[in-house]
Design a protein around this ligand. Structure first.
Ligand code: FAD
Length: 389
C-alpha cells in the first residue's frame, strides 16, 4: 500500500499548475483525482501559446531564487521521464534597457544579492554578440545564463503523463460546479454527481474567482496579447543563438521569445494595457488595430532582424492578483481546500515547486519551501489586522 493511499485528493483544473500538483501528490502516494472542464493540455487557459520563459535572476525579487533553482531540478527530472521532446531549452536570458530602468536595476540587484552568475553587457558588446537587438548607446543587456524557453504544451503533457504513471486519475470534460466543505470531507460537485475528498486543490487559473472565494478586488482575469514577427535570418533568431529577453524602452516594453515555429519571433507587449475581463468567457479574439500597430512600431524600432508585421496575433488569459504575487496555500475559508491561483503572469517557471509546496501542505500541513509573498492568507490577515487597528 502506498503511504497516503487512503487520503483522497481532488485537483480542480489541469493546466500546468494542476498537472504538476497531481504529479507531485501522486508520487508521494496520495490517491489523486484531477477534474478538467476540457482535455489537457488545452489552449483555452493560461498554459499554452508555443513558448514560456524560465529565468533565475529574478526582477520580482531574490526571495524567489531558491524556488526557481529547485524548480529547475524538477524540470530536469520531468524531462528525463518525458518522451524525447525537449521541454525546456536553456538559451539564456537578457533584460535590456537603461541601467536605472527599474526592472534592469532589479535584475542586477537580484544577481548581486543572491550571488548569481550574470554579465552586464554595454551597447557595443550587445551589438557584437546579440545583433538581434537594437540598443541605444546608454542601454545595457543583463545576461542570465540560467534562463531558457519552454514548450508549454509539451510540458503540460509530460506532467500529466508523469502524474498518471504515478497513479493519478484524470477526469476530462468534467467541469466542477461547486466545492462544498462538510464535516466528513470536502464535496466536489460535477454534472455526474457529488463526491467527497479529504483535500481539494484549486488550480483553475484565470477562472479561479468562480470557486476560490477570493473576490474580484483580489483576483481577476486579464487579457494578454501575443504577436509573431517573421525573422529575416531565421538561424540567428533560434534559441541556439538568441536568448529569451525582456525589453524596457520608452518606445516599447515586451518579452520576446526566439523562433520555435521555424519562421517567427513571438513578442508579448508589456507597455500596452492588459485589459481586465469580467469573466474568461469574454476574452475577445480580435485585437484593436491601434494595439497591433503600437507593437509593430516597437518591433520596427528595437528588433532590427524582424519584419515589423504581425503575421499572427493571439489573445490569452491569466489570473492576476492585486499585488502581482501568486496565491499558494490553504484557503482562508477551510484549510482542507488548498489554493494555487492568481499566478499573475509568472507561474509557468516555478509550477513544479508550486505542486511540491502543495504536496507538503497535504502531507505535513506546512512547507519549508513556501515563499512568504505567495502566502494565501495575506488578505485575510491584513483584514483582521485592519479590524484590530
Ligand atoms: C500569454 C502569457 C504569457 C506568459 N508568459 C509566461 C512566461 O514567459 N513565464 C512564466 O513563468 N509564466 C508565464 N505566464 C504565466 C503562466 O503561463 C501561468 O501562470 C500558468 O500557465 C498558469 O497555469 P494554471 O494551471 O494556473 O492555469 P491554466 O493553464 O489556465 O489552467 C487552469 C485549468 O483549469 C481548468 N478549469 C477552470 N475552471 C474549472 C472548473 N470549474 N472545473 C474543471 N476545470 C476547470 C481550465 O480549463 C484550465 O485548463 C504567461 C501567461 C500568459 C497568459
Amino acid at each position: 500500500m502506498k503511504p497516503h493511499e487512503s487520503t483522497r485528493i481532488a485537483v480542480v483544473g489541469a493546466g500546468v499548475i494542476g498537472t504538476m500538483t497531481a504529479w507531485q501528490l501522486a508520487e508521494r502516494g496520495f490517491s489523486v483525482t484531477v477534474f478538467e472542464q476540457w482535455n489537457t493540455p488545452n489552449d483555452r487557459g493560461a498554459s499554452a501559446g508555443e513558448s514560456r520563459i524560465f529565468r533565475t535572476v529574478y526582477k520580482e525579487g531574490a526571495e524567489y531564487v531558491p524556488l526557481l533553482q529547485k524548480s529547475r531540478d524538477q524540470w530536469d527530472r520531468l524531462q528525463r521521464g518525458a518522451r524525447g521532446a525537449q521541454i525546456l531549452e536553456m538559451c539564456g536570458g537578457l533584460t535590456i534597457g537603461r541601467p536605472e530602468e527599474p526592472d534592469v536595476a532589479a535584475v542586477i540587484a537580484c544577481a548581486e544579492s543572491a550571488g548569481l552568475e550574470h554579465r552586464v553587457l554595454d551597447a557595443e558588446t550587445m551589438a557584437r554578440e546579440y545583433p538581434q537587438f537594437r540598443l541605444d548607446d546608454d542601454e545595457v543587456g543583463v545576461l542570465d545564463p540560467a534562463a531558457g524557453v519552454f514548450r508549454p504544451e509539451l510540458a503540460v503533457l509530460a506532467a500529466r503523463d508523469a502524474g498518471m504513471r504515478a497513479g493519478a486519475e484524470y477526469r476530462t470534460y468534467a467541469r466542477v460546479l461547486n466545492i462544498r466543505p462538510q464535516s466528513f470531507g470536502v464535496m466536489v460537485d460535477t454534472a455526474a454527481g457529488a463526491e467527497a475528498f479529504d483535500t481539494v486543490v484549486l488550480a483553475s487559473g484565470p477562472w479561479a474567482n468562480e470557486l476560490s472565494g477570493l473576490g474580484r478586488e483580489v483576483l481577476a482575469p486579464r487579457r494578454l496579447v501575443a504577436g509573431w514577427f517573421p525573422a529575416g535570418d531565421v538561424e540567428l533568431h533560434r534559441p541556439a543563438r538568441m536568448p529569451i529577453s525582456i525589453r524596457r524602452h520608452p518606445e516599447g516594453g515586451f518579452s520576446c521569445f526566439p523562433v520555435l515555429d521555424g519562421m517567427a519571433v513571438k513578442i508579448l507587449p508589456h507597455h500596452l494595457p492588459w485589459q481586465d475581463l469580467e469573466t474568461v468567457g469574454q476574452l475577445p479574439r480580435f485585437v484593436e488595430p491601434e494595439l497591433v500597430q503600437a507593437a509593430e512600431r516597437a518591433v520596427a524600432r528595437l528588433m532590427p532582424g524582424l519584419d515589423p508585421t504581425a503575421i499572427r496575433i493571439s489573445t490569452w488569459t491569466e489570473g492576476f492578483t492585486a499585488d502581482g504575487a501568486p496565491v499558494v496555500g490553504p484557503s482562508p475559508e477551510d484549510e482542507r481546500i488548498l489554493l494555487a491561483v492568481g499566478m499573475s503572469g509568472q507561474g509557468f517557471k516555478f509550477s513544479p515547486m508550486v505542486g511540491s509546496i502543495l504536496a507538503d501542505y497535504a502531507e505535513h500541513g506546512a512547507s519549508a519551501d513556501a515563499v512568504s509573498v505567495m502566502d494565501s492568507l495575506r488578505w485575510s490577515r491584513s483584514a483582521a489586522g485592519g479590524e484590530r487597528a
